[in-house]
Design a protein around this ligand. Sequence first.
Ligand SMILES: Cc1cc2nc3c(=O)[nH]c(=O)nc-3n(C[C@H](O)[C@H](O)[C@H](O)COP(=O)(O)OP(=O)(O)OC[C@H]3O[C@@H](n4cnc5c(N)ncnc54)[C@H](O)[C@@H]3O)c2cc1C
Length: 467
Amino acid sequence: MRLHWHRTDLRPSDNLALVSPDADSILPVYVFDPRILDHAAPPRVAFVLDSLAALREWYRTRESDLIILRGEAPTELARLAEATDADAVSWAQAYSGLGRRRDDRVRDRLADAGIETHTVHDHLLHEPGSITTNDGDPYAVYSYFWKKWRDREKASSVAAPGADRLADAPEETAIPTLADLGFDDPEATIPAGGYMEARHCLNDFCGDDIYRYEDARDAPATDATSRLSPHLTHGTVGIRTVHDRVVRAREEAPDDAAREAVETFRGELAWREFYHHVLYFNPEVVTENYRGYEHDIEWRDDPEALQAWKEGKTGYPIVDAGMRQLRREAYMHNRVRMIVASFLTKDLLLDWREGYDWFRRKLVDHNPANDNGGWQWAASTGTDSQPYFRIFNPMTQGERHDPDADYIREYVPELGGVDADVIHGWHELSDAERRDAAPDYPAPIVDHGERREAALTMFERARGEAD
Ligand SMILES: Cc1cc2nc3c(=O)[nH]c(=O)nc-3n(C[C@H](O)[C@H](O)[C@H](O)COP(=O)(O)OP(=O)(O)OC[C@H]3O[C@@H](n4cnc5c(N)ncnc54)[C@H](O)[C@@H]3O)c2cc1C
């Protein structure tokens, strides 16, 4: 019998370890490890608890059960393996430095007890090291990575294991509450978790919105993206299942434009894999710049500005709408993530690590690969990132991507009754005009033009080009 340790694969189907033929029966287990929980936050834990309940129900209706343990993973898994006479433990490979170090400890502890370990690459279509330059190096430029990723054959999804492969559980274990685990309730409303929700989300998107993805994905008010990110982060859907469904959508596309839109969406799945490869080969990027400058970047220390950014009170409407969407939904639209990240680093001149840490605490879909990739892209410190001199203007970004200001008004009620042209011209109004239009909404906390110049100087000094 083999234990299968679920982690970011909270699903029964399209789960390679559950169907690999090396064991006659499998007993599933999930471990709440305090060392890992130290890096967690309420939105993600709430989503995981919801997803575990759905997964446990799936096992229970098949006369098995999901064992829930609390404690350090190496000790807990070794103890359970011994108590159940399991001769092996399987799991899906982790890609972050933290996850890999933990897995090494588990492997060593199990080896000491004479228990085999069996790992599978399950989280990506193409595992790190499988898409490289002709010299065998990992790609640092996405467009070259994409060309190879796009054309490489992909594995198809696999079915869920039959009930006959699932072992009886020795005892019932309870899923803890957030409070049991020492977390407060999340401030945001968290999307429902679980493998069935993931399936609905995928099918809804691929039946319709995927065909307008090319045109609508940058417009936050249209909500035309898949919203699959929490499911992909926590593995309530398998990536092969997603890709199969996307390919079917491409086959069913009504015209060339729709086919093109599907391909653009596939490109986002490739970005996800690109950033996972970057993290795998550069685990230090979670705290260090990927790209070194000659000198340190002299980020400012400005707690008040940071607080205004976190609260969505910067006086830049699109930035504030995004930051408030994050607090309300534990999610933010991709285009707006790019805008708020640029604003933090290039207008407030604050270290990207401050923003990354806030996102880590607030996002339900946080994973270090994508989150770090996004932050370092915006901060011009990452692989294939935004050049330091290309600085988003938050007002024109708002006007271009939310022209009617519907997204802004949805999340910033102080601007609820204000015309779009007034909102997009907020930085140009006098104090009296602002008071008249929306007395409770703040004036811009910085001048974008001035900060743009300051950002250029900051990066030129880091490059050794200015005093
Ligand atoms: C500063 C910043 C931080 C980010 N943090 C995260 C994060 O913690 N977790 C996360 O999953 N994504 C993150 N992203 C990427 C992206 O914003 C989200 O994946 C996307 O908004 C999720 O919504 P969706 O599922 O509707 O996306 P869709 O547009 O429907 O995309 C489908 C999937 O493709 C992947 N994807 C899409 N865009 C990107 C991208 N730019 N980079 C990598 N993968 C992508 C995601 O898995 C996403 O679920 C971040 C981006 C930025 C700029």
